[in-house]
Design a binder for this molecule. Structure first.
Ligand code: SF4
Ligand code: SF4
Length: 370
C-alpha cells in the first residue's frame, strides 16, 4: 500500500468564508488523480467541514469507484455524541453519508485521558469490536492527542486496537508538549501500525523561514519543504500511512511526485529535518494546525485558525512589513469575528487538541494587527 493518505479535512471550497461549501467537482478531480497514481487511502471524520466531508467523499469517490478500489477511514467522534445510546445511529449515519456498506478503518476520535474515560463509560471499545465482528469495520484503532503515559495505558488496557493515529512531524518530534517521539516509541513497543496526522503541521512546515529552506535546498533541491516534512514521517519504521489534508491540485501533484515511488530519507537527512525543526521553533509562531475544531463553538465567530495563519506569516516573513499582514488580517475577518471580539469564554481552548492558549494569543494579535 502506498503511504500517502488523502485527508478530507481541508478540501477546496466554493465560498472561502464558509467551510461547509466543499467544491465537490474539484475534489472529484483530485480524487481521480490520486487513485490513478495508485494511492487508495482516504481519511475523514464527522466534524470535518461540519459534516460535509463525508458527503463529499460519497459524491467524489464512493459513487464513482468500485468499493474494493479505495480504503476509507472514519472516526467515532464522541465529543459529538451526548449519550451511549446515540452511538449506533451516529455510526449508521456515517455509513450512509459516505455511501459505503463497511469501513476499512474506524478510529475512536482524538483519545486523551478525558475522552478515554468517556469512551470507556460509553462502551465505545465494545461497540467497535461488535461492528468489527459484524464485518462493518475491517480494522479498529484510535487517533490520539495526549501524553505517552496515557497512550501506554490505553494500549495496555485495549490490546485489540490494531492501529494508532498519532500527530508526528519533525517540529513536534522533541516538543515537550506533544512528545511525538515518545508516543511513537510507545506505539512501536506495543507493535501497533502507525498512521501519521499533521505531518506538515497544518501547512506550517510547508512555509518555513528562509534559513530552513536553504538547508533543505542544499541537500535535495527537487524536494519541496512540505515534501521534506511528509518524507520525514513516511521514513519512520512501522508507519503505514501519512495523511495530507490536500486543498489544491498543486499540493496533490507535489505530494504525488515524491510519494509515488517513495524513497526513505537517509539518517543524515533525518538529522537535517531535526535541525530545521530547531530553526522553525525559534520563529515563536502559534502552533495551530488549522484543524478548526475550535471554530464551531465560538459564540463570537472569531476566525481563530485564519487569524493564527496570518499572524504566523507576519512573525516569519512580514515583521518588516506589518501593513501587508494587517491587510490579510482585515480580509480573513471581513465577515467573521476579530481577535478583539473574543469574550474569553474559553470554549475554544476546551476543543483544541494542541492545548493552545488561544485567548492569550488573540490578545497579543489584537495588539499587533488591529
Ligand atoms: S474564548 Fe474567545 S475565541 Fe475562544 S470561543 Fe470564547 S469568544 Fe471564541
Ligand atoms: S486553535 Fe487549536 S482547535 Fe483551533 S484550529 Fe488551531 S489547533 Fe485546531
Amino acid at each position: 500500500m502506498k503511504k500517502l493518505g488523502f485527508g478530507l479535512m481541508r478540501l477546496p471550497l466554493t465560498d472561502p468564508a464558509d467551510n461547509r461549501t466543499i467544491d465537490v467537482e474539484r475534489t472529484a478531480k483530485m480524487a481521480d488523480r490520486f487513485l490513478a497514481e495508485g494511492f487508495t487511502y482516504f481519511d475523514t471524520a464527522a466534524p470535518y467541514h461540519q459534516g460535509e466531508s463525508e458527503v463529499a467523499f460519497k459524491k467524489a469517490v464512493a459513487e464513482r469507484y468500485p468499493r474494493e478500489s479505495y480504503i476509507i477511514t472514519d472516526k467515532l467522534s464522541l465529543f459529538k455524541i451526548e449519550k451511549a445510546e446515540d452511538i449506533p445511529s451516529f455510526f449508521d449515519t456515517q455509513l450512509e453519508k459516505l455511501g459505503v456498506g463497511y469501513l476499512d478503518y474506524y478510529l475512536l476520535h482524538a483519545m486523551s485521558e478525558s475522552s478515554y474515560s468517556r469512551a470507556c463509560e460509553f462502551g465505545a471499545f465494545e461497540f467497535a469490536a461488535k461492528k468489527k465482528a459484524e464485518g462493518k469495520i475491517k480494522h479498529v484503532g484510535f487517533s490520539f492527542h495526549d501524553s505517552p503515559e496515557v497512550l501506554d495505558r490505553i494500549l495496555t488496557e485495549h490490546p485489540e486496537m490494531e492501529v494508532v493515529q498519532l500527530q508526528i512531524n519533525y517540529l513536534d518530534w522533541h516538543d515537550p508538549g506533544v512528545r511525538a517521539r515518545e508516543c511513537y516509541e510507545v506505539a512501536r513497543r506495543h507493535g501497533k501500525d502507525i498512521i501519521i496526522m499533521e505531518p506538515v503541521k497544518g501547512g506550517a512546515l510547508a512555509n518555513v523561514s528562509c534559513e530552513a529552506v536553504e538547508l533543505f535546498c542544499a541537500a535535495r533541491p527537487q524536494l519541496s519543504t512540505a515534501g521534506w516534512a511528509v518524507s520525514f514521517c513516511a521514513s519512520l519504521p512501522g508507519v503505514i500511512m501519512v495523511l495530507s489534508g490536500m486543498s489544491t491540485e498543486e499540493q496533490m501533484e507535489d505530494n504525488i511526485s515524491y510519494m509515488k515511488d517513495f524513497q526513505a530519507l537517509t539518517d543524515d537527512e533525518i538529522m537535517l529535518c531535526k535541525r530545521a525543526g530547531e530553526i522553525v521553533k525559534n520563529d515563536n509562531a502559534v502552533a495551530c494546525t488549522a484543524c478548526r475544531y475550535c471554530v464551531e463553538g465560538c459564540p463570537q465567530k472569531v476566525a481563530i485558525p485564519d487569524i493564527f495563519r496570518i499572524y504566523n506569516n507576519y512573525l516569519r516573513f512580514q515583521k518588516a512589513n506589518p501593513e501587508g499582514a494587517r491587510r490579510g488580517y482585515d480580509h480573513v475577518t471581513e465577515n467573521l469575528g476579530r481577535a478583539s471580539d473574543c469574550i474569553e469564554c474559553g470554549l475554544c481552548e476546551e476543543s483544541c487538541p494542541q492545548h493552545l492558549d488561544i485567548r492569550a494569543y488573540l490578545k497579543e494579535i489584537a495588539e499587533v494587527l488591529e
